[in-house]
Design a protein around this ligand. Structure first.
Ligand SMILES: C[S@@+](CC[C@H](N)C(=O)[O-])C[C@H]1O[C@@H](n2cnc3c(N)ncnc32)[C@H](O)[C@@H]1O
Length: 394
């Protein structure tokens, strides 16, 4: 570690030793975190800020909680939980990279959290299974990998307490959004499609995969908060014990049927419904996907309260994300894109706000989506959407 150029930065309420960014610059001058000997990506700050608020909101009504940050890099996230969230008993931060381990140890010292944070240097699956074997299971496990989280989900499910929470990131959005169909089927057991709603489809495929893996361990899944940002999907779920609970979660999986000609789509909950749809060569089917809400109202409200009472988390981008997720609650799954409508109708694109106002004035619900600046959700039928668009098209 002595030979690695480092710097001390601040994130949230912690100080951190991280690699010197200027040593790992792409030709365009942008820092590339995967080139550094230890991974730290300042662009994921919002992801970590929200995870602090989620962990605090989740632990509020509990005894102090036991946390594992199994892919910790510099340890930033786990140390932030210890420093910034109330109600933490102990945090294990783990990374298989021995250099990361040295950074974690230094960062624990730098923040004086030796009493509640412990660094480990194991393969993440081994770490979780080892703790379980020793009789220790976790209230909250954070899974923040390079790319797909799937290789860690089974161990995380086996090592989380009943009623415990998993926070899972997937950065392989090209796979989840349908650019690599076979990879998605292999990793997530779900067939994606490239479409105008692919970002939300990515969230729903990750959730469906968690539900199916949890069901194999007789666990049901309660989805608390999930979203798409920049180039990743993040899901927070709570595990509920029992074969019946697992069956109930599985019933919330379904398929999306997409008409490539008109942009129309609809979601069906089971295979018999799917089979009853008249064969149309323009229909393509994706799934299984999670068809339930991607956030829970009460939980969103708890997280928002945490953010409003913690000055350093109370900033525009994070507040806006939570407001948009809140507005999407109880709206139908997936969304339309104003650009896609322009393409199908071969007309110029009116302002999205005007289109939303038109749908609302026709008696329907319509809102912008958090994951795509051109996207909107509505319960209006396609004819009404087309009619509003044509009326407003300049
Ligand atoms: C995306 S980085 C984690 C970033 C960190 N959570 C943060 O917020 O800064 C993924 C980390 O996982 C570690 N890793 C990859 N495979 C692992 C494995 N099988 N077991 C333990 N650590 C692993 C890598 O060394 C890397 O530090």
């Amino acid at each position: 570690m002595e030979k690695i150029p480092t710097q001390i930065i601040r994130e949230g309420l912690v100080k951190l030793i991280v690699p010197e960014f200027s040593e790992y610059l792409r030709e365009n001058g942008v820092y590339e975190p995967t080139w550094a000997p230890v991974f730290y990506n300042p662009q994921m700050k919002l992801n970590r800020d929200l995870s602090v608020a989620v962990v605090e909101a989740y632990s509020e009504a509990k005894k102090p909680i036991l946390v594992a940050d199994i892919l910790a890099g510099t340890g930033v996230r786990g140390i932030r939980f210890a420093v910034e969230a109330d109600n933490i008993d102990k945090v294990y931060i783990n990374d298989k990279n021995p250099i990361a381990y040295e950074f974690m140890v230094k960062n624990i010292e730098l923040n004086n959290v030796e009493n509640i944070v412990e660094a480990e240097n194991l393969d993440a699956n081994l770490m979780l299974r080892y703790h379980k074997f020793a009789g220790e299971v976790f209230d909250y496990i954070d899974v923040d990998p390079f790319g797909s989280p799937v290789e860690f989900i089974d161990s995380a499910l086996a090592s989380v307490k009943i009623g415990g929470m998993l926070g899972i990131t997937a950065t392989d959005t090209a796979v989840l959004e349908g650019k690599h169909v076979n990879a998605c089927v292999r990793k997530y057991f779900s067939r994606p499609i490239k479409s105008h709603f692919s970002k939300e489809l990515a969230i729903r495929i990750l959730l469906a995969s968690i539900v199916q893996r949890a069901a194999s361990q007789e666990l049901g899944v309660s989805v608390k908060l999930s979203y798409y940002d920049k180039y990743y999907v993040r899901a927070y779920v709570v595990l509920v014990k029992g074969a019946k609970k697992a069956d109930e979660s599985l019933k919330k999986l379904g398929y999306v049927v997409f008409n490539k000609r008109s942009g129309e789509y609809f979601v069906v909950n089971n295979l018999s419904e799917l089979l009853s749809i008249s064969a149309d060569k323009h229909y393509i089917v994706a799934g299984p996907i999670w068809c339930g809400n991607i956030c829970e109202k009460e939980f969103l409200s708890k997280v928002s309260k945490v953010i409003m009472r913690k000055e350093h988390l109370k900033y525009k981008e994070l507040i806006r994300l939570l407001q948009m997720l809140n507005a999407e609650l109880n709206m139908p799954p997936l969304y339309y894109s104003i650009d896609m409508l322009g393409k199908f109708l071969k007309k110029s694109i009116p302002p999205l706000t005007s289109l939303i106002e038109c749908l609302i004035s026709n008696g329907y619900s319509a809102v912008r989506v958090h994951c795509d600046p051109k996207g909107f959700k509505t319960d209006a039928p396609l004819e009404v959407i087309y009619a509003c668009f044509k009326k407003l098209s300049p």
